[in-house]
Design a protein around this ligand. Structure first.
Ligand SMILES: *Cc1c(COP(=O)(O)O)cnc(C)c1O
Length: 361
């Protein structure tokens, strides 16, 4: 606190990202990064862009990242006018809260969800209502069907699908039900993990002008370190995001990020293979932890959410940490007995289950 701080800054409650420790030889299963490197074509594209003398870095990048929009449009069967790109999907989401979620009526999101949403609400002064997940930690679509609060309809809806940190998936039919019941509100589906077993709502954007789907290259394309995310929706929604972006930073993606992201989007075979590997390892990990007595929620993501009926989650996380394995524990109501464990390589997951079998012996 300082007398130089504005009132806005005094009132902020910033997001706390998962730890990025400086120690080496740690088994890092706490921030849902991909255990595989990005496609080799990403590095080749970056090297080609740099050329021999990197002289091109003198020049500003394309403010519209047209090449990247074209690559994303091709992959998802939409037009470039339906795409917005940003410096990680967190930046895309920030612009969404500013531009498309109403500041006059409360928006809705689940009580257990991505903890950045309430932070953006604080930053942009957006009111919100947290809708409790069902007992089995699924989103009940009926809780989002055009209810009224103090005579007002909601100002927007946002949830991840699969949800984080539960990993539970909502079928597309349920999302369609929510879209139909809220024609006056933007419904944002944050699909950070959809490539690990979900069905994308992008196939619905031509039919619903109130749908915005947000993706990231951080998880399924192994590019968390490069910061690229995008949104797909009706051109009018995209235009709102462009207006905010062009009032904030004209060049959210640098030259290397643009060419690297294009290469990542184009390497379909490598992408499919990485996702398949993660899914196979997730299934093995789920079976192994179940054998150790854990209850593991069904996951469609690159992490699992699990609890042990006899062992305190914070104690387990501490014991793992002493063995150089880090997982995520949230000290929050309803989920403080769960651990969120990123699906690593087969070897990393084996080390985790070996450690947990010692700890729970
Ligand atoms: C990881 C994650 C993001 C942010 O991804 P970046 O593109 O790395 O900013 C957004 N939403 C959810 C639900 C996530 O888990």
């Amino acid at each position: 606190m300082s007398r130089f701080w504005s009132q806005v800054v005094r009132d902020l409650t910033p997001y706390v990202p998962g730890e990025q420790p400086k120690i080496t030889n740690l088994i890092k299963l706490n921030t849902n990064e991909n255990p595989f490197p990005p496609s080799p074509k990403v590095l080749a594209a970056i090297q080609a862009e740099l050329g021999d003398d990197a002289a091109r870095l003198r020049l500003y990048p394309d403010p519209n990242a047209d090449l990247l929009k074209a690559a994303i449009a091709k992959h998802h069967g939409v037009t470039s006018q339906q795409i917005f790109v940003g410096n990680g999907s967190d930046e895309v989401l920030a612009h969404v809260f500013m531009a498309l979620l109403k500041h006059e009526a409360p928006i809705l999101f689940p009580d257990i969800t991505y903890s950045f949403y309430p932070v953006y609400c604080g930053l942009y002064d957006v009111d919100y209502i947290q809708v409790p997940l069902a007992e089995d930690f699924t989103i009940n679509p009926d809780d989002y069907l055009g209810q009224m609060w103090n005579g007002e309809q909601c100002g927007g809806i946002i949830f991840p699908n699969p949800n984080a940190p539960t990993g539970r998936l909502l079928p597309l039919a349920a999302i369609e039900k929510i879209l139909k019941a809220n024609p006056e509100a933007v419904v944002v589906v944050d699909e950070a993990y959809v490539d690990f077993g979900g069905e994308t709502a992008i196939k619905l954007v031509d039919r619903y002008d109130n749908l915005l789907v947000v993706h990231t290259l951080s998880k399924s394309r192994s590019l968390a370190g490069m910061r690229v995310g995008f949104a797909v929706g009706h051109p009018a929604l995209i235009e709102a995001l462009e207006r905010v972006k062009n009032s904030f930073n004209s060049y959210p993606l640098d030259r290397l990020a643009i060419v690297g992201a294009v290469a990542a989007m184009e390497d379909e075979a490598y992408f499919a293979q990485c996702c398949q590997s993660v899914i196979a390892t997730r299934d093995t990990l789920t079976a192994d932890l179940t054998k150790l007595g854990f209850e593991v929620l069904p996951s469609a993501a690159n992490f699992i959410f699990a609890r042990h009926p006899q062992y305190d989650a914070a104690e387990l996380a501490k014991a793992l940490r002493e063995r150089n394995i880090i997982v995520r524990h949230f000290k929050l109501p309803r989920i403080d007995q769960f651990l969120r464990i990123t699906v690593g390589t087969d070897g990393e997951c084996k080390a985790l289950t070996d450690a947990l079998s010692q700890i729970t012996a």
